[in-house]
Design a protein around this ligand. Sequence first.
Ligand code: PGA
Length: 256
Amino acid sequence: MEIVIQPTAEAATSIAARLIARLLREKPDPVLGLATGSTPLRLYEELVRLRLDWRRVTTFNLDEYVGLRPDHPQSYHHFMWENFFRHLNIAKRNVHIPDGVARNIQASCERYEKQIRAAGGIDLQLLGIGADGHIGFNEPTSSLASRTRIKTLTPQTRKDNGRFFGGEHKVPHHVITMGVGTIMEARQCLLLAFGKNKSRAVAAMVEGPIAAVNPASILQMHPQAKIFLDASAASKLQRIDYYHRVFDDKPDWQRI
Ligand code: PGA
């Protein structure tokens, strides 16, 4: 795990944007795993500003609410098109988001996994983290080997996401999410976490034991996981000085 701590979310986001821009310039047809929520919004804005070429990029989103049609204002389909895709020259056929209104959810989850494989796997998976340690919508006790499937949200996550819906009671109970095993197969993972309310989950992910009650902790087993934090999200880490030193003392060839 590489822990990159910056004073502000803006600074951390800029470095993450540079990493993604580099991938797009180096690989003509990269496959990106994308995330929703408030954390990646600034990153998407910055990527739009960079005016990169997205024509040959393929994307797979982590998750979607069950029961929300793509044009529902709180669906992740809507979120992604509104905040990101409509500003890019991306091909619609290359965009993949789990289908929250599939008649046969299980079959559609299996198809999603197949599509990821057919695209050659995910080069870089963008992640946020829930205050309860979820990645994607893999809530605590999710199997660490899980694949794309339906999950039930915890009361904590429904409460956290109630702000987007105008009340927690309006947040769907069920979601479709890539599994922890699916996420772990990405060649690179890039997790962003900002703000004090993420500090406990971040400390458990980085310095706690690997456990299904804290799904993000499995990233300790990923050979290429980068964690981008602002000072508040990093505030409960025990080894902050070491993480700063690692970043500051990088040899030139490893610099981002
Ligand atoms: P947030 O969500 O970016 O809205 O905090 C992160 C997550 O739940 O993964």
